[in-house]
Design a protein. Structure first.
Length: 246
């Protein structure tokens, strides 16, 4: 195409509840999307290019994604992504005495911690200087989460990682930025199924999530490097605000 090349997004977790909304939002702004996911579930609209991610262990998954991205980048005639967004995650209830605690912890570590570690490593290889990476946190994980221990602990790991990646010596590309996206509750089919009786008036619509993420990726300087941004919807209006963490 004439003029500047299309901007390029790496979307990790491209088959989740919010993925199609992000793909649509980025496509509307003429971005190309390369998606990675452990599932092959089709979503419409989906990514322009797809990398099937093998499940745990971490090392094999990270190595395979790195290898599989290289021919795609060559095909596109590109060396770097303009932005990397991780939408992988999940949810788990229960404390340390829950019968499923070990299983839930393994799942949350794989889906949230592991994917964020992989994205951080990919950023050192594929994120352009001045690009943006967004990792998945949670507002509730700024405090103790005894009744959702595995979930809260995995998100707290990501919060610390975001702050560390923003510091000198982390290995991130020059002038790049990393931020944590900390929703309160997203209005997803999974959350509606998990919490059918909950008041949904202040749940964040996925369209709003997609709009804010797209805005940030188009203007990385609009967010603070290492910032954790709480995402809330009140009175039908959604915004994110940087939260203070001691």
């Amino acid at each position: 195409m004439a003029g500047s090349p299309q901007k390029l997004l790496l979307l990790y977790g491209c088959c989740g509840d919010a993925a199609s909304y992000l793909c649509a939002a980025f496509r509307k702004r003429t971005w190309q999307v390369v998606g990675c996911d452990v599932n092959k579930v089709s979503c419409s609209p989906g990514p322009d290019h797809f990398v099937h991610v093998e499940g745990p262990p971490l090392l094999e998954q990270g190595d395979k994604v790195t290898s599989d991205l290289q021919p795609i980048m060559k095909q596109l005639g590109r060396t770097h992504f303009d932005a990397i967004v991780n939408l992988s995650g999940g949810f788990a209830l229960g404390g340390a005495d829950s019968p499923s605690f070990l299983h839930d912890s393994y799942r949350m570590v794989s889906n949230t911690v592991g994917t964020s570690i992989i994205c951080a490593n990919l950023a050192t290889k594929f994120l352009k200087p001045s690009g943006l990476m967004i990792l998945p946190g949670a507002l509730i994980a700024l405090n103790a989460t005894p009744k959702m221990l595995a979930y809260g602990a995995s998100k707290a790991f990501v919060h610390q990682m975001v702050q560390s990646l923003a510091e000198p010596g982390s290995g991130m590309p020059a002038n790049s930025r990393v931020m944590g996206l900390l929703p309160l509750v997203l209005d997803t089919p999974t959350n509606r199924k998990t919490m059918p009786e909950a008041d949904k008036s202040n749940w964040t619509p996925l369209e709003d999530l997609a709009r804010l993420v797209t805005d940030a990726c188009e203007q990385p300087t609009s967010v603070q490097n290492g910032g954790l941004y709480g995402l809330k919807t009140e009175g039908g209006k959604t915004k994110w605000t940087e939260v203070n963490v001691i």
